[in-house]
Write a protein that binds this ligand. Structure first.
Ligand code: ADP
Ligand code: ZN
Length: 300
């Protein structure tokens, strides 16, 4: 069985062909320019390929309400040309197969729960710390949605008393994303994260913020696994710092062995590695196929 996957990002669209066990056979990447341009390349990649479903994990915000007139649209993005773009509609025009659609991070959470670090668990969080901060969640075996979809990257956090950086979120200044995403690190310290590997202060402050966020997520959603990916998490020294700070902040309140004794395998990098995003879109394709099969059964 062949499935199509589209990881729609603000910088690039990664497209791939894979199978129902999360294996990826082929991948290509196109720059995110104008919708007509980018989508033409996406469509021509999938043309002639015998795919049975397509999954799209997209940057957002996006409309996920199936009954809405703008279901499948990218909605209020500041990304030029992409505001109110009918992404699912465009794919549907060219391919008459089931189409799965969700946020990029929800896709990644689903992929990790099917095939990666949270395999066999009915809940997990996938947090990406990159150009922005996004969080996807599987709760009781299902992707978490709501009014729109959770935007856990923009939560409010306590400022470190010695951090004088005002924050870089255009909406909230010093929300989590405005304080701890890649661009915030660069603005605060005057250098890209990758250049700051050896500066201990940078990663201690970074883990101070990420741990607060994770503690809030643990208290609210009680995930069985917390997975951290994205460019900034390439700084592997963050993992032990974050784990230590999470334990400190929880202060014994959550009496779970997974946290108290097993934190090293509770807060982890993606099991699917750099494929987490694309495999996430593949997982969305897989789910849409399963759903359409069960709908057909009901109709028979
Ligand atoms: P995106 O979020 O755009 O999909 P990434 O996850 O690669 O892409 O995130 C890009 C951000 O992560 C940039 O701000 C960049 O400076 C930062 N980043 C990328 N690689 C590293 C690294 N090795 N160490 C620290 N920061 C990094
Ligand atoms: Zn914000």
């Amino acid at each position: 069985m062949l499935l199509g996957a589209i990881e729609a990002g603000g910088t690039k669209f990664v497209c791939g062909i894979g199978g129902e066990n999360g294996e990826i056979y082929e991948r290509v990447s196109f720059p995110t320019t104008k919708p007509e341009e980018t989508m033409k390349q996406v469509v021509s990649f999938f043309n002639q390929k015998k795919i049975e479903a397509i999954g799209i994990g997209s940057f957002g915000p996006i409309d996920l309400t199936k009954t809405s007139d703008t279901y499948g649209y990218i909605t209020s993005t500041p990304k030029p040309y992409w505001e109110n773009f009918n992404l699912v509609g465009e794919v549907k025009k060219h391919f008459s197969v089931p189409i799965g659609f969700d946020t990029d991070v929800n896709g990644a959470a689903l992929g990790e729960s099917k095939w990666g670090a949270a395999k066999g668990l009915d809940s997990c969080l996938y947090i990406t710390v990159g150009t922005g901060i996004g969080v996807g969640a599987v709760v009781e075996g299902k992707l978490l949605h709501g009014l729109l979809h959770p935007e856990m990257g923009h939560i409010l956090i306590r400022k470190h008393p010695e951090d004088y950086f005002g924050g870089s979120c255009p909406y909230h200044l010093d929300c989590l994303e405005g304080t701890a995403a890649g661009p915030a690190i660069e603005k605060r310290w005057g250098n890209k994260g990758v250049e700051l590997s050896n500066d201990k202060r940078v990663w201690e402050l970074e883990s101070y913020y990420l741990a607060q966020a994770i503690v809030n997520y643990i208290l609210i959603l009680s995930p069985k696994k917390v997975i951290l990916g994205g460019g900034v998490m390439k700084q592997e020294q963050l993992f032990p710092l974050i784990r230590k700070e999470v334990i400190k902040l929880l202060n014994g309140y959550i009496q779970s062995k997974d946290i108290l004794e097993g934190i090293n395998s509770y807060i982890v990098p993606p099991g699917l590695g750099d494929n987490a995003g694309l495999a996430g879109a593949l997982a969305l394709a897989h789910n849409s196929l399963i759903e359409s099969d069960s709908l057909e059964l009901k109709h028979d």
